[in-house]
Ligand binder design. Structure first.
Ligand SMILES: Cc1cc2nc3c(=O)[nH]c(=O)nc-3n(C[C@H](O)[C@H](O)[C@H](O)COP(=O)(O)OP(=O)(O)OC[C@H]3O[C@@H](n4cnc5c(N)ncnc54)[C@H](O)[C@@H]3O)c2cc1C
Ligand SMILES: NC(=O)c1ccc[n+]([C@@H]2O[C@H](COP(=O)([O-])OP(=O)(O)OC[C@H]3O[C@@H](n4cnc5c(N)ncnc54)[C@H](OP(=O)(O)O)[C@@H]3O)[C@@H](O)[C@H]2O)c1
Length: 282
């Protein structure tokens, strides 16, 4: 009997499996600052395309108590609501408490995922319209990677225009490849229609490295260049709806611009003409 005691003790002190654990299935590194990964989806998780959840890893043990607490951060779900797995698109902050470690995950590793999705970048927070504008900077593309793969986006709008502004060309690759895959996808390609360019327009710009289109999207809107480039009418509150996701200064500038066109900010509880969410806390 006494021989079994160490076994029982060992069981008692065994580190428990991560709470709300999900298994990483795929990791892709896009630049030295950006990566994406996919993981298993909890069977009970229902979410609306565009929402975010808290994800993370177990933190380091407290030096005094030895106890470990989950280290969690908000992350937009980049995959659409119909997908069997979940996808995330992430920054790597060199000394960031979470991403300095998260950037090293490999298939088979576990992450923590709290299954409580929330957010304002959802179709329900917008009134019906004809044209949907999605304005992103940096990793603010993530919620739109979800919405752009959701058939509802094309059922609700005649035309969808996604703009993505990054400092460097390499930071556009995740978005560019996603747009390409949507155009080639059997189901979404059919929805977008034969004249695919007319229903889904992609407008990438860079600010610090030369590319086909340079400049902040806000400046290109003020000058009217974006409308001339795309051959579309400027934004009106009658026809246009918008979702915005970027850094704080960008969000504030776009909000001002959209309001100057006559659009009003919406929320889940009071749908209107545009919605905004921060891509990260400054
Ligand atoms: C609603 C919401 C949704 C978010 N969705 C995503 C997402 O889909 N993908 C993602 O990578 N991050 C996202 N973030 C940011 C994320 O929560 C973390 O801040 C990020 O993972 C870095 O964590 P950290 O612990 O390494 O560093 P933190 O201590 O959280 O951040 C350190 C600093 O790094 C910078 N930073 C943080 N996140 C970013 C970013 N995404 N892009 C550029 N600079 C950044 C900021 O200057 C910040 O002060 C989101 C934040 C919010 C509020
Ligand atoms: N991207 C990098 O290569 C890089 C490298 C090392 C460290 N960092 C650090 O990482 C953090 C985040 O960098 P990030 O590049 O991911 O995000 P970011 O600074 O939010 O910039 C992303 C894009 O948004 C544009 N932008 C910023 N403010 C805007 C506004 N008010 N209106 C319109 N567009 C606006 C930027 O243009 P501008 O270029 O004109 O600002 C850039 O093209 C920063 O603290 C940065 O110092 C970034």
């Amino acid at each position: 009997m006494t021989e079994q005691r160490p076994v029982q003790d060992a069981k008692a002190i065994k580190v428990p499996a991560l709470p709300d654990a999900q298994t990483v299935t795929e990791v892709k590194h896009w630049t030295d600052r950006l990566f994406s990964f996919r993981c298993t989806r909890p069977a009970s998780l229902r979410f609306r395309s565009g929402e975010f959840v808290m994800i993370g890893l177990m933190g380091d043990p407290d030096p005094k108590t030895g106890k470990q607490k989950p280290l969690l951060r908000a992350y937009s779900i980049a995959s659409p609501s119909w997908d069997d797995e979940l996808e995330f698109y992430s920054i790597k902050v060199p000394d960031g408490p979470l991403t300095s470690r998260l950037q090293h995950i490999q298939p088979g590793d576990e992450i923590i995922l709290r299954p409580k999705p929330v957010g304002t970048l959802v179709h329900d927070a917008l009134l019906p319209g004809k044209r949907l504008w999605l304005f992103a900077t940096g990793t603010g593309f993530a919620p739109f990677a979800s919405l752009l793969r959701d058939p509802q986006t094309y059922e609700d709008y005649d035309e969808v225009i996604i703009t993505h502004t990054c400092r460097e060309v390499g930071e556009l690759t995740y978005g560019a490849e996603l747009i390409d895959s949507i155009r080639k996808d059997e189901m979404l390609g059919e929805l977008i229609g034969a004249d695919k360019l007319a229903r889904l327009r992609y407008y990438p710009t860079t600010t610090r490295e030369p590319s086909a289109k340079m400049g902040r999207i806000t400046d290109l809107m003020r000058s009217g260049e974006v409308y001339r480039d795309l051959g579309v009418e400027p934004i009106t509150p009658e026809h246009d709806r918008a979702m915005v996701c970027g850094n704080l200064a960008f969000n504030l500038e776009i909000k001002q611009l959209l309001e100057s066109y006559g659009l009003e900010e919406g929320a889940n509880s009071a749908p209107a003409q545009y919605v905004v969410e921060k891509a990260f806390l400054d």
